[in-house]
Design a protein around this ligand. Sequence first.
Ligand code: NAI
Length: 474
Amino acid sequence: MKITILGAGPGGYVAAIRAAQLGAEVTVIEESEVGGACLNRGCIPTKTLIASAEVLHKVKNSQNYGLELNGSVSPNIYKIVERKNKVVDIQVKGIRGLFKSWGVKLIEGRGTIEGAGKIRVAMKDGSNEDIESGKIIIATGSKPAGIPGFTFDGTRILSSDHAINPSTIPQSLIIIGAGVIGCEFAFIYKEFGADVTMVEMLPHAVSGEDDEISLLLERELKKNKITLLANTGVERAVVSGEGTSVQLTDGRTLEAEKVLVSVGRSVNSTDLGLENAGVKTGRKGEIIVDSHMRTNVEGIYAVGDVTGGIMLAHLASKEGTVAAENAMGGNAEVNYDVIPSAIFTSPEIGSVGLRERQVVEKGLKYKVGRSQFRALGKAHAMGEIAGMFKIISDEVTDKILGAHIIGPHASDLVHEIAVAMEKGLTVKDIARTIHAHPTLSEGIMEAAEDVHGSAIHCPKKEGKKMAPETAGPV
Ligand code: NAI
């Protein structure tokens, strides 16, 4: 079976390798670099910048750990970006190596669908190459969305693509949109020395998260002297010699050296020749697919951001494996109920499943258990005690409906709950499992115990009675 994949991001490259593992003859067409936005302009670059910011933060606060700093520490943005580029480069080479090892053919150019099973590639040297393919997987991703009145120029008005490659740290930065990208960059730029103001039209930062998580993050933004102007929209930006002024909808004007616009991402579905094959798209240009990643056209699949759903690299990868398996005759499906997510703010956020307000909207009977990082010896030893664990369970079945963690290593911790949810385990199953001491994972056990009022390191709560069977062995 010949399978051709448009795009080598986390959706496309993973689909390519899975298809090759299953014996397909695979060609990947990529117009930029393998790894896509995630590796070259998103997840990995930001995590590398965050690693530098975290070391800087620790060194600046070294006296809290009994260490004396005989000298000063300051960010060298040239070297920080150089390190980021090296990390990206290693991963790019890794993917290219995997393609070689699995016999995946990489064509560097821009592919357009000419009809069912037919793709034309505009090569970088100006020539064209025509490809016939039994199946096609579209994995062309997304790009930063703009807003009227703010034209990206890469100098004063930045998208996240620009913000990962700073040549200097601005004295002041206005971030439009306090979502995932906005909040991650707020902590990075603040740590590197910029004065950061965020403008968010909704009432809260990271408003897709559970409300308690948003509030706790807002407290940390405040502690870090990052200003959040919530319930505030923007009209336009005016760039002058010295900086940029941003006119807000409430009539105020903010001034800063630079502006970062992070108001979401738009799908890359134009000029792909979708109309030539009759592939259906939605209102925002997203390719419409089912949970098997099939489009309306037989033999054409789509995965990842271009399908307009939840824009997460790991979901794109899962969809990529599902599309590849189905293209090879399988019957795989994505479980959209259990998608862990990780936000690399300071502290981190890890969540999976329903937010409490969604549980309320669904009219489910539920219980909530909470525990605090400051109750954990390990968190104190690390000097990172801000944060909480929250588990929401179905009152009738005791199954986990959602879990929300904000605190150090939340992005890793959340996966214990994801496995439990995937396997339909109960809160009691988690509570009864011995968790090693001293670890941060103990907080998950404690939150699970707290659902039934049996947490050891939580003060007594009036009116919350422990069910005897939750404390005893199975
Ligand atoms: P987002 O949807 O998370 O946040 C955009 C924010 O901008 C929202 O809070 C929205 O209310 C606000 N906004 C929109 N228009 C506005 C305006 N005119 N004025 C003021 N505020 C406005 O989108 P974001 O942060 O750009 O991220 C894009 C995608 O990338 C998301 O789907 C996200 O999940 C994904 N992503 C995930 C990461 C992770 O998992 N760690 C990291 C980075 C991105």
